[in-house]
Design a protein around this ligand. Structure first.
Ligand code: SF4
Ligand code: SF4
Length: 64
């Protein structure tokens, strides 16, 4: 259940240095999470840190 960055991302760069797996990188229009690298921050943080730091709450865990 990786994190996903929504299209409303404003490319503020807050989340990129916080990811322990370097799973976040710039895509064609906005930052994206590589689902192969995202581990929900398990072992590093209690909660997904990209979700915690995003100022506009445009990151969510994929469900279903
Ligand atoms: S949940 Fe954690 S591991 Fe996954 S992209 Fe966000 S910061 Fe990186
Ligand atoms: S913190 Fe949020 S708005 Fe900023 S680059 Fe990351 S996903 Fe985009």
């Amino acid at each position: 259940m990786p994190a996903v960055i929504e299209v409303s991302c404003i490319n503020c760069d807050m989340c990129v240095p916080e990811c322990p797996n370097e799973a976040i990188s710039m895509g064609p229009l906005h930052y994206q999470v590589n689902p192969q690298l995202c581990t929900e921050c398990i072992g590093y943080y209690d909660k997904p840190t990209c979700i915690e730091v995003c100022p506009i709450d445009c990151v969510a865990l994929v469900t279903g």
